[in-house]
Design a protein around this ligand. Structure first.
Ligand code: FUB
Ligand code: ZN
Length: 660
């Protein structure tokens, strides 16, 4: 394993035992229900069968998008991360089955992409801006890394290495056309480098990043690729029709679900053309060193920024470069919804202009929230700055968690902040990138809690758990979040030690109260003040760490209370769509009004009495939830539930924003 120097070191999720009233049942569901349902869906839709066809184990017709392989790999990635903390024989058997299949399907030199292998044997590295060969190989490599870390078995790691070696062979000295149209391979190569230490993987990732934005003119390359892609796609469709008419049973065996549904603004199609042809959609409009705004397809952008931050950390750079920090600032202060959701343009699944944040059109793909969590985690590691941990928490509870239902088997793909009877959770999607992405992130939340170095311990997230911090000792946290702001940290050290404990003061709470062994401590200074209000009304930048440096004794107890007032967050005056409206938040949670709790009300026009919202713990809601009870200006009762819980009781109307 590679040793590197970073501001803040991490602890693997498998070493953090989560014992949390809120999170434990969710993680258990992820590990015991969700991951198996996802496997069934991958089988039902032909995704796994595609590998059997290529491996010569079965006969039939390949199904799914050209990037369907990535869904199997992300599943394996998620399953491995789950297995690392919660080993189960059933999961091990399924993972083993898939790994054996991948080993057979992979060509001798490392190539594995069933779309070409099945439909266009011998054709490789085609239409790299549009089709997803690099993306799929990236997810294959990530799965290899996660599987090895979880099981210690090298089979999948070797598959990943063969794929990475092939990429190094074919692309180390290539030109700017040899850049992925969907970033992902960069993260994968860097993760592989972290584990096996082969410098050429890091160097190739660096080259992929540095080559972006240098195809001139981009639109010409794209047009060429697009025509070629259309031709290939037509061929595949024709072949499928012929196959299905000769084998009617095939259509019954493998059924592709519907696409996700999103409300699209009339101008969306123009944006699509503009983003595509300019290269913004792909973050190919200029070299990355000049990209200082959140542009284009949101997931692509977030994977790119994650990779850049990772690269800088692994190289031991002093800190994130200015473009990276500026892009973060632009995204967070001008292009992000109050939920932390990213992407206001459904047609491009991407970012809109500054302050263009209509809640109805919010695409806010679940994968984008996951990608942002990945990026913010990298930023925490290299800076130790609380703002990144603050945003990570906010997106975890709101933008990401909304992506999976309380049953663990129904998902949202896009996450608008208002829905008028048109969106419901689905058990699967034609493009099922989000479910497994969410599962792999959730399986890893333990790692987001702490940071450490020789003389310091950071508590980034307040989730109940127990762990052993290297160079320090055992720490036990009991947290009431997200319902209550009380946190107890017990230092179960084996001997007295001197170190600094950094406690994150969340942006959502003013005047935290801290005590050590019952003695109150003055929390000096307050949250940092920021000049310009953000577009969404949520601002992670004031968050900071409160430091306690002392000789700690075994058994020392730190108690923290974060007041959790209900807040009404209004958007920046430049956000037209929500003028005169507010979003209610409490602690790290954004709330929403859903028709099922407020029957017969016109949710989009109701006027809130601003003095009325009161938190109330209610066991009637989802087994125990803090809801907000409020009144309309006309005195009618209103009930707000946490946004992440909406859509769990059938088709409904929902809004985050209400008039005041
Ligand atoms: O293109 C692969 C994945 O599908 C993207 O990350 C998602 O946004 C969806 O477009
Ligand atoms: Zn997705």
């Amino acid at each position: 394993m590679v040793e590197w120097s970073t501001a803040v070191n991490k602890i693997p999720a498998s070493k953090v035992i989560i014992q949390d009233r809120f999170w434990s049942p969710r993680l258990e569901r992820n590990a015991e229900v969700t991951i198996f349902q996802q496997w069934e869906q991958l089988e039902r839709t032909g995704c796994i069968e595609n590998f059997r066809l290529v491996a010569g184990e079965s006969e039939g017709f390949r199904e799914g998008y050209f990037f369907a392989d990535s869904d199997a790999y992300r599943w394996l990635d998620a399953a491995s991360r789950i297995y690392a903390s919660r080993p189960s024989p059933r999961l091990k058997r399924l993972m083993g089955e898939l790994v054996a299949l991948l080993e057979k399907a992979q060509e001798d030199d490392g190539y594995l992409y069933t779309y070409n292998q099945f439909h266009f044997p011998g054709v490789r590295w085609h239409n790299l801006q549009i089709e997803h060969e690099f993306y799929c190989h990236g997810h294959l490599i990530e799965a290899g890394v996660s599987h090895f870390l979880a099981t210690g078995d090298r089979t999948m790691l070797d598959i990943a290495r063969r794929a990475a070696d092939l990429l190094v062979r074919d692309f180390f000295n290539a030109g700017p056309e040899a850049t992925p149209g969907h970033e992902e391979i960069e993260i994968a190569l860097l993760r592989l480098y972290e584990v096996v230490g082969n410098r050429s993987y890091l160097d190739l990732a660096a080259r992929f990043i540095a080559r972006r934005g240098r195809i001139a003119p981009f639109f010409w390359q794209l047009l060429k690729e697009y025509l070629s892609y259309l031709g290939r796609d037509a061929e595949v469709k024709k072949a499928r029709e012929a196959y299905v008419s000769a084998h009617p049973q095939h259509g019954l065996n493998f059924q592709l679900p519907e696409e996700n549904v999103a409300l699209r603004p009339w101008y969306g199609v123009f944006r699509w053309y503009w983003d595509m042809l300019s290269g913004k959609y792909f973050q190919q409009h200029k070299p990355v060193g000049l990209q200082t705004k959140a542009e284009g397809h949101a997931v692509r952008f977030l994977y790119l920024e994650t990779a850049i931050a990772m690269l800088q950390r692994l190289r031991g750079d002093p800190g994130p470069t200015a473009p990276l920090s500026k892009a973060w600032e632009n995204m967070t202060t001008r292009r992000m919804y109050v939920t932390g959701g990213l992407g206001s343009q459904p047609t491009t699944e991407g970012f809109g202009r500054d302050y263009e944040l209509d809640p109805r059109y919010a695409y806010a793909e679940t994968c984008a929230a996951v990608g942002s969590i990945f990026w913010n985690w990298e930023m925490i590691l290299s800076t130790g700055d609380a703002r990144y941990a603050d945003l990570l928490e906010w997106q975890l509870y709101n933008a990401a968690l909304v992506g999976v239902g309380e049953d663990g088997v129904s998902y949202f793909y896009n996450n608008p902040l208002a829905s008028d009877w048109y969106l419901s959770r689905k058990s699967w999607y034609r493009c099922p990138c989000c479910p497994s992405n969410l599962s792999r992130m959730l399986a890893d939340i333990g790692k987001y809690i702490y940071g450490w170095n020789e003389r310091s311990v950071w508590v980034h997230q307040y989730i109940s758990n127990e762990t052993e911090i290297p160079k320090t000792g055992k720490v036990h946290i009991v947290s009431g979040l997200p319902w209550e702001g009380n946190v107890t940290i017990a230092l179960l050290l084996s001997m007295p030690r001197e170190f600094t404990l950094y406690l994150r003061l969340p942006s959502w709470s003013e005047k935290a109260q801290v005590s050590v062994n019952g003695k109150n401590i003055v929390v000096n200074g307050s949250l940092a003040v920021t000049s310009e209000p953000t577009a969404s009304g949520y601002d992670p930048r004031p968050s900071r760490y409160f430091s306690l440096r002392r000789h700690w004794e075994p058994g020392d107890v730190i108690k923290v209370l974060f007041p959790m007032n209900v807040r009404m967050r209004s958007t920046h005056p430049r956000v037209k769509a929500t003028r005169g409206k507010v979003a209610l938040t409490r602690g790290p949670l954004v709330y929403s009004l859903e028709s099922v709790d407020n029957p017969g009300m016109d949710l989009f026009n109701i006027r809130l009495d601003p003095d009325s919202p009161r938190p109330e713990f209610s066991s009637e809601y989802f087994g125990g939830t803090v809801v907000l009870r409020a009144r309309s200006a006309g005195g009618r009762p209103l009930t707000f539930i946490p946004y992440f819980l909406w859509g769990n009781r059938g088709l409904s109307q929902m809004t985050v924003y209400v008039k005041v």
